[in-house]
Design a binder for this molecule. Structure first.
Ligand code: ZN
Ligand code: ZN
Length: 354
């Protein structure tokens, strides 16, 4: 039987933290929809590759009825190159090529999801590998989730790029249903022994609010390119003083300073380390930060920005009374285990790559 291989390539960099649950649910929507579709059950095989600064195969090509996509992890950095190399290696290992004696699998369809520009230029080499050896034998449809990116970069490997500029739960859900509908359409087509042209691969996008097909021939529009700024988002990694697990604080540029977007758990710390690039973002001044009352996602304290002399950030119990009465408080850093005296102050802090 000829299979229709589908690859989800998903950016799980720290900036995706606010959307991770929605994308997780979206993938569940897809597997739910497909598991009741006789054509998809017959031909579609799905694999998921996740990437941040590094890339990993989350699960191999699996037929729909046996498919459970594991919860998405997070990592640091956004490396399109590692993502594409990981994808191409997986295609080499698991997609059956046609030979003179046997028909191989159908052309793989790759759904590439990202929310940011690459933080490394390793994509250049990987993209030429793709264009040289894979482009004619697979289709990529790329999606920018909730963020304006430089489309000319992904435009080097595909003409099919979409922007989803509304990330509320209902829209994300209908977006993933729409992706699922395209898998169903393509499954029907290969069931009838035909392959769909680029234009027919995806259903009409106008039915989804906030979904726009990007016309690369028009070039990056002025208002879009203005939104492209790698400095827009800052990522701080802290460690909970109580449960000793790491959390993410995201800040978004707001005038001359930064506004807190939210605090998030790191779902799988081992995977986080495996997916994270070495290196870091630029330091920034913590006194330019507007707190919106974020709390530690593990223990609930709002003292999430204690800085140890080891340079790391951690959360602690509420020390406001001690600071008022004594002007200082004694805390132990969960990163280095040193106990020190803490008071109010502003400081510079290192950031992750996002
Ligand atoms: Zn905590
Ligand atoms: Zn420390």
């Amino acid at each position: 039987m000829r299979r229709l291989p589908i690859f989800f390539v998903i950016d799980v960099s720290e900036s995706m933290a606010p959307h991770l649950q929605k994308v997780d649910n979206g993938l569940k929507t897809i597997t739910g929809e497909l598991s009741t579709d006789p054509y998809a059950l017959e031909t579609a095989f799905i694999s998921t590759v996740v990437f941040a600064g590094q890339a990993r195969v989350l699960h191999k090509l699996t037929e729909v009825y046996a498919l459970t996509i594991p919860a998405l992890p997070l990592g640091g950095g956004t490396d399109y190159g590692r993502a594409m190399d990981c994808l191409m290696d997986e295609i080499d290992r698991n997609v059956v090529k046609s030979t003179r004696d046997q028909k191989g699998d159908w052309k793989p369809i790759i759904f590439f999801f990202t929310d940011g520009n690459p933080t490394s230029d390793s994509y250049k080499k990987a993209f030429s590998r793709w264009n040289r050896d894979y482009r004619g034998k697979a289709n990529i449809i790329a999606f920018s989730l909730g963020a304006k990116i430089d489309y000319s970069i992904l435009g080097q490997i595909t003409e099919q790029i979409y922007l989803l500029d509304n990330m509320d739960s209902d829209t994300v859900k209908s977006f993933f249903k729409w992706v699922s509908a395209s898998i169903q359409t393509n499954s029907v087509a290969v069931g009838d022994n035909q392959e769909l042209s680029d234009e027919k691969m995806m259903p009409d996008a106008t039915s989804i609010e906030g979904l726009h097909k990007i016309d690369l021939r028009k070039g990056p529009r002025a208002d879009l390119s203005k939104g492209i700024e790698n400095d827009n988002l800052k990522v701080i990694i802290g460690k909970c003083g109580t449960v000793k697990r790491r959390y993410i604080i995201l800040y978004e540029k707001d005038g001359s300073g930064y506004r807190e977007l939210g605090t998030y758990k790191i779902p799988d710390e081992e995977m986080y380390d495996a997916l994270t690039a070495s290196g870091s973002g630029a330091d920034f001044d913590i006194d330019k930060v507007t707190s919106t009352g974020g709390v530690c996602p593990y223990c609930g304290t709002n003292f999430i920005l204690n800085k140890c002399s080891c340079g790391k950030i951690f959360c602690s119990r509420d020390i406001s009374r001690e600071l008022q009465t004594k002007g200082q408080a004694e805390l132990t850093c969960p990163w280095c285990n040193n106990t020190g005296i803490y008071g109010y102050g502003s400081f510079r802090v290192g950031t992750g790559l996002g």
